[in-house]
Design a protein. Structure first.
Length: 540
């Protein structure tokens, strides 16, 4: 059968235990031993993908090179591993049912009754094995979303049970993540919820090999033994996972706990090289010993839920560390910004980022923020809707086109400086129909973007329906706003930059989706540099 080894990661007791970070950390440790690893996430919800979900529901929607709209955990996988993911790395219950029902309509089941077992579980298993069969990976880590015991997770757990039975005993391992709550009144950690969740998993026929126990306090040796005994795992397979200062510490914490050693022993793997985490440690060193500090405002409309801007926040961490600079982010709800109060919101900021987004709410506030930084010569970075807003602001306040707008906000504007792409106009379906995934972009020599990337031909990821309207390009350029990044195949504007400004750069694409620990994104790196310079000049 498959040549790859499979690691399944389930979770119990509560959600938000950080299965994604544990999976990514384990993958990092295996990668550091020379294995090629990928991580995939199986999510139990019925949406075909998270593309149609409001960010308040499920955080940011992460987009892959091949244009898949995916769970934000895929962002962690890429940031930790520095290896791109794809459509195959995120599968939902909705997608599984969609394929099974489509096949049923095509008559593929030859008159059989189509059932959860075996048809749904077969489809789950097929997809769980897919990446392992490409021959590209030594190890495939599969994170099962949701918590053990939920009705909707059951088919996934059953698929894991069957696969473990089908695969050779040393070809798979199950890691179960649980919580040891601390009861203040009793003054101790409690193991019962862990016991219950392992019991629930075992009742479904899956006995975990390793338990990773999230805890706010160190787990005493006696307690580890007790957990091992009652949960039927080896005593050294109870791994402690304490709250970390940063998620990027977790690989080292897991290494200390020997999670990777337990796994390779169980899978009978031999390391291909001495563990090499040098560049990771170097990054942590820079992250934890900053010599500079800047304050940057993140203006958006989903700021109450920072997960909605996960990749942007992480990009600041990577690029901040690169610059040995601590970036203090101030989240500002754009809905509350007005022409009258914008200065109180942005006072003291060394730079401002206007975030991606959809719809009208908070749009006017973003315009005010951009006007403030454009006029005040404060470094500005606009992403996707942030770029479109910068174009509208410039059209209104510099070109004097009074009601200039994006047709997303005002379909009958006399000056549609941002307009829907022609091929989008006939699309009525919502899911997966935006301009998605990686596209080429040519950068103008001498521009700030070119300086940042150090080259003129780049690829970046997209997720939008609207575009800069090239009818206005000449007027923009004549007034000092230049299109410095253009798609070579379509002529669509990808980057705009303001002349006579220390750093005013806005991108139609999403640079934050390609920033990783080892490759901080050049635009974030330069934006932070501009913020440092601004802050120094201000404090002179
Ligand atoms: N709403 C805008 C569009 O669809 C911008 C999207 C975004 O910021 N991701 O074009």
């Amino acid at each position: 059968m498959a040549s790859a080894k499979y690691i399944f990661v389930s979770g119990g007791v509560t959600s938000s235990l950080g299965k994604g970070i544990i999976s990514a950390s384990l993958a990092k440790l295996l990668q550091a031993r020379g294995f090629s690893v990928t991580i995939q996430k199986f999510d139990p919800y019925i949406n075909i993908d998270p593309g149609t979900l409001n960010p308040y529901e499920h955080g940011e929607c992460y987009v892959t090179d091949d244009g898949a709209e995916t769970d934000l955990d895929l962002g962690h996988y890429e940031r930790f591993l520095n290896v791109p993911t794809s459509q195959a790395n995120n599968v939902t219950t909705g997608r599984i049912y969609h394929s099974v029902i489509t096949q049923e309509r095509q008559g593929a089941y030859l008159g059989k009754t189509v059932q959860v077992i075996p048809h749904i579980t077969d489809e789950i298993k097929r997809r769980m094995l897919l990446l392992g069969q490409t021959g590209e990976f030594d190890v495939v880590i599969t994170e099962i979303g949701g918590s053990v015991g939920d009705i909707e997770s059951l088919p996934f757990i059953e698929a894991v049970r069957q696969l473990r039975w089908e695969l050779n005993p040393n070809d798979s391992v199950v890691i179960h993540l649980t919580l040891l709550p601390y009861l203040k009144a009793a003054g101790e950690l409690k193991t019962k919820p862990t016991q219950h969740s392992v019991k629930a998993l075992s009742e479904s026929g899956v006995q975990p090999d390793i338990l990773v126990c999230r805890s706010e306090y160190p787990i005493p040796a006696e307690m580890r033994k007790k957990i091992a005994l009652f949960c039927n795992v080896a005593p050294n397979a109870v791994i402690e996972s304490l709250d970390a200062e940063t998620i990027y510490d977790v690989p080292l914490l897991m290494k200390k706990e020997k999670l990777d050693e337990r796994v390779i022993k169980k899978l009978k793997l031999t390391s291909k090289q001495e563990v090499n985490l040098d560049s990771w440690k170097e990054f942590l060193g820079r992250l934890k010993n900053p010599t500079e500090e800047v304050k940057i405002a993140l203006v958006g409309k989903y700021v109450e839920l920072p997960d909605a801007y996960k990749s942007i926040i992480e990009s600041f961490i990577h690029a901040g560390a690169f610059n040995e600079c601590k970036v203090k982010l101030k989240f500002i709800q754009s809905e509350f910004i007005t022409a009258e109060n914008v200065h109180t919101h942005l006072e003291g900021m060394d730079a401002v980022l206007v975030a991606p987004g959809f719809g009208e709410r908070g749009f006017e506030g973003k315009l005010e923020a951009i006007r403030y930084v454009r006029e005040g010569q404060i470094p500005f970075f606009g992403i996707c809707l942030g770029m479109q807003t910068a174009a509208v602001e410039f059209a209104r306040n510099v070109l004097g086109l009074q009601d200039a707008a994006s047709t997303e906000m005002n379909p009958s504007t006399p000056h549609p400086v941002i307009d829907m792409m022609e091929e989008q106009k006939s699309i009525t379906q919502k899911g997966g129909t935006m301009r998605l995934g990686s596209y080429a972009c040519d950068l103008k020599r001498g521009s700030k973007a070119y300086q940042a990337y150090g080259k003129g031909h780049i690829f970046e990821r997209h997720r939008h329906r609207y575009e800069f309207n090239n009818k206005y390009l000449q007027a923009f350029e004549e007034a000092g706003m230049h299109a410095t990044g253009v798609n070579p195949d379509t002529g669509l504007v990808e980057v705009i930059e303001l002349q006579h400004h220390p750093w005013f750069v806005a991108a139609q694409y999403h640079p934050e989706l390609k920033s990783t620990v080892l490759n901080p994104h050049p635009l974030f790196v330069r934006f932070i540099k501009a913020a440092i310079t601004y802050s120094k000049n201000r404090n002179k």
